[in-house]
Write a protein that binds this ligand. Structure first.
Ligand code: AMP
Length: 205
């Protein structure tokens, strides 16, 4: 199974990907994680991407498509994966269509106000990548690791990322609906509640 996880930043795509990975044995491909990894390693790709990430803007299509194209070429035809954070523009979606067949697209729906609230309190574990709330935990509740805040999780950058989402990424809802691939999920509430909605939608269709 090959899925696209669609939704605003902070809609919970990454969290749901962890659950889906476990249940369906799907590889998790997050373009944001690949950029952050490159940035940590100080690669030219990471340094180039940082300019856009810090401003809450999209990294240019050509750069992202080349990177994703290389990543997808590592998969055998029968291997499943989830794309988290890609595509984000119609050009990227058209590119993806040429690369591989997608079986479904899950759109995680949350209001902008809820997103701002979530992201201004989001913390990520340095060791295991678990996402948690900075006001509720000092250490990772899953492994005890140190927590950090993402550089782009400040209110000004969050607002830019939401604007970009509405202007460029939301168009993909129609793109995938017209292809009969779209499943829309209410992504409010606790992660396990959202996941049971995902399972209902994916497995009872
Ligand atoms: P994310 O972790 O998905 O929130 O992505 C963090 C940042 O990485 C975004 O705000 C963009 O600057 C960049 N990014 C990630 N995926 C893409 C993409 N598909 N197209 C353009 N930029 C991206």
């Amino acid at each position: 199974m090959r899925l696209v996880l669609l939704g605003a930043p902070g809609a919970g795509k990454g969290t749901q990907a962890v659950f889906l990975k476990e249940r369906h044995n799907l590889a998790h491909i997050s373009t944001g994680d690949i950029f952050r990894h490159n940035l940590k390693e100080n690669t030219p790709l990471g340094l180039e991407a940082k300019k856009y990430m810090d401003a809450g803007q999209l990294v240019p299509d050509e750069i992202v498509m080349k990177m994703v194209g290389e990543k997808l070429s590592e998969f055998k035809p029968d291997e499943g994966f989830m794309l988290d954070g890609f595509p984000r523009t119609v050009a990227q979606a058209e590119f993806l269509e040429k690369q591989t067949k997608i079986d479904g697209v899950i759109m995680f729906k949350v209001s902008d106000d809820a997103i701002v609230k979530r992201l201004t309190s989001r913390a990520v574990c340095k060791d295991c990548g678990n996402v948690t709330n900075i006001h509720e935990h000092e250490k990772c509740p899953s492994c005890g690791g140190e927590l950090y805040r993402r550089d782009d999780d400040n209110e000004a950058t969050i607002r830019s990322r939401l604007k970009v989402f509405h202007e460029q990424t939301e168009a993909l809802v129609e793109f995938y609906r017209s292809r009969g691939l779209l499943v829309e999920i209410d992504a409010t509430g606790m992660p396990d509640e959202v996941f049971s909605r995902v399972i209902d939608a994916l497995e009872n269709d």
